[in-house]
Design a protein around this ligand. Structure first.
Ligand code: DGY
Length: 322
C-alpha cells in the first residue's frame, strides 16, 4: 500500500504526478490558503505533508498521529515548532540552494529601486509631473562604490555579496554568528560587529532566518545607529524587524529609505503607513518568485517528501532536526 500524503497548496501537475507515483495523494487545490481547521482534518491519516508556511506545532501534530515528514516548499522553516517535532520524531525538510540566486537578484533590485527611486519616479513620469528642466528633484544615491552591510552571511548573503562586489564595486561588510573566512577570501568581504556595520553602511541588508534570537533584531536602537542616508532592505522575515520602529525611523528621516519584500503581518495591512511613504519600495514576498525557481523548489520539496515517507533520509532535513 502506498503511504498517504497531503499536499496543502497547489503545485505544478508534474510535481503532483511524481509524488503520486509513490504515494496516495490528497491535495488542497484552491489558491486560497488552506484554513487551519481543514488542515487539521486533512492530516489525520497522512504520513507526509507538503506545505508552505502553515504552523507545524503541538496542535497539528496531535491531529496527525501517523505523520513522519513535513516538507516545506521554502528555505525558511520558522513555521516549524522544532521542539514539538523533535519530541514526536517528525522530520522537517526545506529547499535550500535552488533559490539563492533569485533572492539575491531581488535584493539588488530593491537596492537599485530605493537608491535611484525607480518606482517613485516611474509614477512621477506616468502621472505627467515630469517637466523640462527637472534636475535635482530627480537625484538619487549611487549604489556603485557604496558600502553594503549584510546581516546574516549565509548562502544568500554570499550571493548578494558577489553581485555587490563584482557587479557594483561595492565595499561589502557583514556580520554573522560565525566568521566566514572562505567568503572573506573569495569575495573580499570584511567581518564587522553589528554596531559598526550599522554605523558604516550605506545599504543594510537583513538576511537572517527567523529564530527566537533574531526576532526584532532590528529595532529603535539599531535604526538610531544607522546613517541618515542609509537604505534598509529586508527580504528575510518581517518579524526580524520591529516594524513600528522602522516606520518611525523612516518618518523622522533617521534613515532615508527602505526596500521591503516581507512584513510583520502578510499580506501587509492596506492602511500601513509604509504604503504611503514614497521612499519605501514594497513587494508581496516574492524573493523566490520566478517560474523556474518555484518549480525547482517544488521539485526539491517533493523529493524530500517521497524519501521521508519511504523511510529513506531526505536530502534537506533542517539542521535542528537532523
Ligand atoms: C523562503 O523560501 O523561505 C522564501 O521566503 C520564499 O520566498
Amino acid at each position: 500500500m502506498k503511504p498517504k500524503v497531503f499536499i496543502a497548496r497547489p503545485v505544478p501537475k508534474e510535481i503532483e504526478d511524481y509524488i503520486a507515483e509513490y504515494c496516495e495523494v490528497e491535495t488542497w487545490s484552491s489558491t486560497e490558503t488552506i484554513p487551519r481547521s481543514e488542515l487539521l482534518k486533512a492530516v489525520q491519516s497522512v504520513e507526509g505533508l507538503l506545505i508552505t508556511g502553515g504552523r507545524i506545532d503541538e496542535e497539528l501534530l496531535e491531529h496527525a498521529p501517523h505523520l513522519k515528514i513535513v516538507s516545506n516548499i521554502s528555505v525558511g522553516y520558522n513555521n516549524f515548532d522544532l521542539e514539538a517535532m523533535k519530541r514526536r520524531g517528525v522530520i522537517g525538510t526545506h529547499t535550500p540552494y535552488v533559490l539563492d540566486d533569485s533572492v539575491a537578484d531581488l535584493v539588488l533590485g530593491l537596492m537599485l529601486s530605493c537608491a535611484r527611486r525607480i518606482p517613485e519616479l516611474d509614477q512621477y513620469v506616468k502621472q505627467g509631473q515630469w517637466q523640462r528642466g527637472d534636475d535635482e528633484v530627480l537625484f538619487g544615491l549611487d549604489v556603485h562604490h557604496a558600502t553594503l552591510g549584510i546581516i546574516g552571511m549565509g548562502r544568500i548573503g554570499e550571493a548578494i555579496a558577489k553581485r555587490a562586489r563584482f557587479g557594483f564595486d561595492m565595499d561589502v561588510i557583514y556580520t554573522n554568528r560565525s566568521r566566514k573566512f572562505e567568503a572573506e577570501q573569495a569575495l573580499g568581504v570584511r567581518y564587522q560587529p553589528m554596531e559598526d556595520l550599522l554605523k558604516q553602511s550605506d545599504f543594510i541588508v537583513l538576511m537572517t532566518p527567523l529564530t527566537p534570537e533574531t526576532t526584532r533584531l532590528i529595532g529603535k536602537e539599531q535604526f538610531s545607529l544607522m546613517k541618515d542616508s542609509a537604505i534598509f532592505i529586508n527580504v528575510s522575515r518581517g518579524q526580524n524587524v520591529d516594524e513600528q520602529a522602522l516606520i518611525e525611523a523612516l518618518a523622522s528621516g533617521q534613515i532615508r529609505a527602505a526596500g521591503l519584500d516581507v512584513f510583520e503581518n502578510e499580506p501587509v495591512a492596506a492602511d500601513s503607513p509604509l504604503l504611503k511613504m514614497p521612499q519605501v519600495v514594497t513587494l508581496p514576498h516574492i524573493g523566490s518568485a520566478t517560474a523556474k525557481t518555484r518549480m525547482d523548489m517544488a521539485r526539491v520539496a517533493a523529493e524530500n517528501l517521497v524519501k521521508g515517507v519511504k523511510g529513506e533520509t531526505p536530502p534537506y532535513i533542517v539542521k535542528e532536526l537532523s
